[in-house]
Design a protein around this ligand. Structure first.
Ligand SMILES: [Zn+2]
Ligand SMILES: [Zn+2]
Length: 251
């Protein structure tokens, strides 16, 4: 039971920090926050993502390329230009590494306007940090696992960010329905995205990339949006003007 609770908590905390901090804040600038809150969320994102932490800067570069080149040969992760999800994720990893090292020429036009904390990012990317998190996950399982099959979940903890990315990037451009013609293959895969915190509304999001609520139709539920709305009401973050943040700006 403890192992399953740990798995569910890690899944959703890692997911929320990714969609909230790296995607909606770093890549799209849908809201602002004070420098202090930015540091707080940087640390929370590192703690939640652990061994699969992604630099918000490199994420933003990679993701802005995805929006600009969606489902073309220059898209860093289109399922329509990869033979399977593993090939697509390896390509994503290579582009991400190039963004980290600053060697991606294609990413240069998307540079700037994202949060950075070089020392934390360097530490989080180090083998020391990744191995330490791996050890934390393994020790938790050794202490609390009650059946052998629970250990099958362990590799997912180690690659949590990549697993979420594979689901969203593959399914979100391949399976589901379309509300808009975005001249790409983006899809809305679920009407209540309980699996990836709203990220599977790719068709809506490519049409309205500044809209903080990824659900557009009345019956589409983006579970991260009420949390972000609450953070705004509490004064922890500041959503941008209703026009750009809530109504969205067409791509
Ligand atoms: Zn997409
Ligand atoms: Zn996006």
């Amino acid at each position: 039971m403890a192992v399953l609770l740990f798995f569910v908590a890690h899944w959703y905390l890692s997911l929320f920090t990714q969609t909230f901090f790296q995607h909606r804040y770093a890549a799209h600038r849908m809201f602002t926050m004070s420098p202090l809150m930015e540091r707080v969320f940087f640390v929370l994102t590192y703690l939640a993502q652990g061994s699969s932490f992604m630099s918000p800067r490199a994420y933003a570069l990679l993701h802005r390329m995805h929006h600009a080149y969606s489902d073309t040969a220059q898209d860093p992760h289109s399922p329509h230009h990869s033979t399977n999800a593993f090939v697509m994720m390896w390509k994503t990893r290579t582009t991400y590494q190039d963004c980290i090292k600053g060697t991606s020429v294609a990413a240069q036009r998307f540079a700037g306007d994202y949060p950075e904390w070089i020392s934390l990012e360097d530490f989080a990317h180090s083998a020391y940090s990744r191995l330490a998190w791996g050890l934390v996950y393994v020790l938790f399982y050794i202490n609390f696992a009650t059946a052998w099959w629970q250990y099958l979940l362990l590799p997912i903890h180690l690659m949590m960010g990549a697993v979420h990315g594979a689901i969203v990037n593959w399914a979100g451009h391949k399976y589901g329905y379309q509300n808009f013609d975005n001249h790409d293959k983006s899809r809305n895969s679920l009407v209540f995205d309980f699996l990836t915190g709203g990220e599977l509304f790719q068709n809506n999001h490519h049409k309205l990339p500044s809209r903080v609520n990824f659900g557009v139709k009345k019956w589409e539920v983006d579970p991260s949006y009420p949390i972000i709305w609450t953070l705004d009401r509490l004064g922890i973050i500041q959503l941008k003007t209703p026009k750009s943040a809530v109504e969205g700006v067409a791509a």
